[in-house]
Design a protein around this ligand. Sequence first.
Ligand code: ADP
Ligand code: MG
Length: 594
Amino acid sequence: MTRTKPSVWGAQSWAVYKRLLGYTRRYWAIGLLAIVGMAVDAGGLALFTGLLQPMIDKLFMHKDAFLIFWMPIWIIGIFFVRSLGTFVSTYGMAYIGRHVVQAMQQDVFAAYLRLPAAYFGIEPSGQQISRVTYTSEQVASASTDAVKIAITDGCTVIAMFGVMLYFSPYLTLALLVLVPAIALIATVVSRRYRQISRRIQGSMGSVAGTVEESVGAHREIRIFGGQEHEAQRFDQVVRRTRRLNLKIAATNAAASSTVQFSAALALAALVFLGTRPQVLQHMSPGVFFAVLTAMGAMLPSLKRLANVQANIQRGLSAAEDLFEVVDLPPEVDAGKQELARAHGDLRFEGVRLVYPRHGVEALRGVDLHCAPGTVTALVGRSGSGKTSLVSLLPRFVTPNAGRIVLDGQDYKNYTLPSLRRQIAWVGQDVMLFDDTVANNIAYGELAGATELEIIEAAEAANALDFIQALPQGIHTQVGESGNTLSGGQRQRIAIARAILKNAPILILDEATSALDTESERLIQQALQRLMHARTTLVIAHRLSTIEGADQIAVMDRGHIIERGTHAELLALDGQYASLYRLQFNDRPAALGAA
Ligand SMILES: Nc1ncnc2c1ncn2[C@@H]1O[C@H](COP(=O)(O)OP(=O)(O)O)[C@@H](O)[C@H]1O
Ligand SMILES: [Mg+2]
């Protein structure tokens, strides 16, 4: 989603955080176990550091026999328990993290299935894809890292602080040197993270988007020599991403080195405090080294804690991006009435349509009546609003004014699923799924169809010949978007799908425009069978294919300017007649060229 103004972080990030936590609620037991593991991890280290004092004072100075025997065993014991803690916490967090990713991916995908068709025109598809693949991963990795750091390193710092206090509250004073540095990082650095991390999300989207576009248009790029242009565009996108990521890295590095440097100051202060003449007299070397080591062990934890903001911000802004999509309102369906099977009496009354995108008024008052079982052809220049008119029927878009009346009722009264069940659609580009031919024909709600029904539909669609020639017949796997089939073959599968659906309303939007004469003849036959006894709206460029239509409506700039049968419109001698003459005169030339 494009965001124009930065959100008010405080309150909002807390809400996002709580919601994110909601995803983990089911795994509270594992979370608890992981937290115990982290505490054991930190505690083990503190215990070991505490052992340094007796090790130095009793083991080396006094050669204590008891300790000489037990110390190595204790060390092994401590680190054994500690590694158990590390395993439990690491695996536990990963377990929760992966489950959160899965849940988020499912939620976003569910949103994609539920959102209105218009949504998919608003946002680049690369961004939509990277939301599921990249952003959801970010949420998990960033937030599990953040939790792990906050707890393990938080515990370590506290435990080490305890060790220091236990041995010498006086030497612990040296830590005061660290306070200003940490305060500085907490304010300055975290503010910077907020600024950068949201911008990163968007730029990852455009990396994926640019790649997707270039992969999809690989033929165009090669033919039109667009390599240079695409390379430049991609270059800009990845440069931006790199710059943003480096800004994060610089902030991280600055935070780390600030902590490190002030830690050196604290260590120096510790040495200074420990070597005052009056202190030096009654401080044992063991105490001094234990405190020194405790402070040293605090250091890496403090460094990570200074950067934990980065993880939190990264995770939260990624989560926010996902939640925004999950929260988008679904398709509006105010319809209450279930439509069993429509007669197919279709009436457009003063229908207007304005696309919000550019404020284009695509339909400017269309009146049209399609009687049940008749064929209405829509012709007209491209951009005259033909596709927009038929897109209204499955309510991909809704009219801004006017009504569409189906079987005497405003079609908004029908529930969306029951309305869509009345409509079969064969469009210009046929999308096939990465599945068998049979499953592509019997798709979605048609999935219960028997093999015989599928074969009959394929036969009626003139598709059986080529399907039988495929290696495994109707059980042949067709590639993603049907890459292994030709345009005409895909179109016939789409027709078979429409035949199988056996819906009372049929929409053909330039279903034959991209075909050669042979497949067009086959498809034309198939379409004739399909149109039989259905209310059909057919959009065609080649007027020869619609001469037999019950009525022809000529559209121009969002209006219907002429309407009648082929003969009536020829007699009218208007735009249809001149279009027809144009194509008729062209035909010998076109045939000659073919
Ligand atoms: N999704 C859309 N968003 C904005 N404008 C659109 C959209 N689809 C079509 N249009 C505009 O609406 C007008 C009619 O388009 P369309 O119905 O596709 O025409 P036709 O199918 O007759 O070629 C055109 O001016 C087109 O630019
Ligand atoms: Mg169109």
